[in-house]
Design a protein around this ligand. Structure first.
Ligand code: HEC
Ligand code: HEC
Ligand code: HEC
Ligand code: HEC
Length: 136
């Protein structure tokens, strides 16, 4: 009995120490682990002219209750066939052109701005001005 209590106390202390020790706690999803907060700075843009964008994946997907497939997709015959549990690729894996659209596929610049800004505009919530996402 006593042994069990001690073992539990050690386990709890260990768990607390782990949580305090790691800054970027990962959010566990059916599609793999994601950082709670992602600093978006995609190498595809090359030399950046604006500061990196701080995106709270956890707030968006958990607190704001947005469905995964509002942001993640794999299109087949014009339909999004991605579902929770499927792997997630970087946006730049498919939106491969930095600034110019390639046919139906938006450039990475337009893909990010359309996804992020359009939703904030539609919901009348969240930042829409340049310096609210890019402090510099
Ligand atoms: C509001 C938009 C949004 C929502 C909602 C969202 N995500 Fe994400 N997710 C992103 C963005 C943006 C990235 C970073 C992509 C990049 O940098 O190219 C990302 C990254 C990820 C990654 C990491 C991919 C990697 O290789 O590092 C996983 C896994 C993931 N998301 C799963 C999910 C799951 C599962 C859900 C639903 C529970 C979800 N996401 C909801 C926007 C979103
Ligand atoms: C597996 C490839 C792939 C990945 C990964 C991907 N996209 Fe796309 N995306 C496409 C294709 C292809 C289209 C065009 C679909 C069509 O119109 O038939 C598209 C369309 C879009 C559109 C316009 C239609 C819409 O859904 O509003 C936006 C915005 C967009 N993507 C943003 C993103 C963002 C942001 C990410 C990363 C979180 C991302 N995409 C990841 C392939 C991808
Ligand atoms: C489908 C809708 C949707 C999409 C897509 C979306 N957001 Fe948001 N965003 C929200 C909502 C809702 C809020 C909450 C605003 C509030 O409650 O004040 C928010 C708030 C924010 C905030 C301020 C508060 C916080 O969570 O830090 C930032 C910064 C932000 N979003 C960045 C982004 C970026 C960057 C992207 C694209 C990668 C993005 N958002 C995509 C809906 C969205
Ligand atoms: C809702 C958030 C949001 C708003 C508002 C926003 N952006 Fe962005 N922007 C992003 C995201 C996310 C990326 C991808 C970040 C990266 O990879 O560096 C990006 C990328 C960029 C890039 C390419 C990367 C670089 O640093 O050169 C430029 C340029 C840019 N934005 C300019 C602007 C300008 C100008 C405005 C205002 C008209 C603006 N953005 C408004 C989210 C936003």
């Amino acid at each position: 009995m006593k042994k069990g209590v001690i073992a539990i106390a050690i386990m709890v202390a260990f768990a607390v120490a782990m949580m305090m020790g790691s800054g970027a706690i990962a959010q566990t999803t059916k599609s793999g682990d994601v950082k709670d907060v992602i600093e978006i700075k995609d190498p595809l843009f090359g030399k950046h002219t604006k500061s990196a964008v701080t995106f709270s994946h956890k707030k968006h997907s958990v607190d704001y209750k947005l469905k995964c497939d509002t942001c993640h997709h794999v299109y087949k015959d014009g339909k999004n066939v991605w579902k929770e549990g499927d792997k997630v690729e970087m946006c730049s894996a498919c939106h491969k052109s930095p600034k110019k659209n390639e046919g139906k596929v938006l450039s990475l610049y337009n893909a990010f701005h359309k996804n992020c800004k359009d939703c904030h505009k539609e919901m009348k919530k969240g930042p829409t001005k340049c310096n609210e996402c890019h402090p510099k």
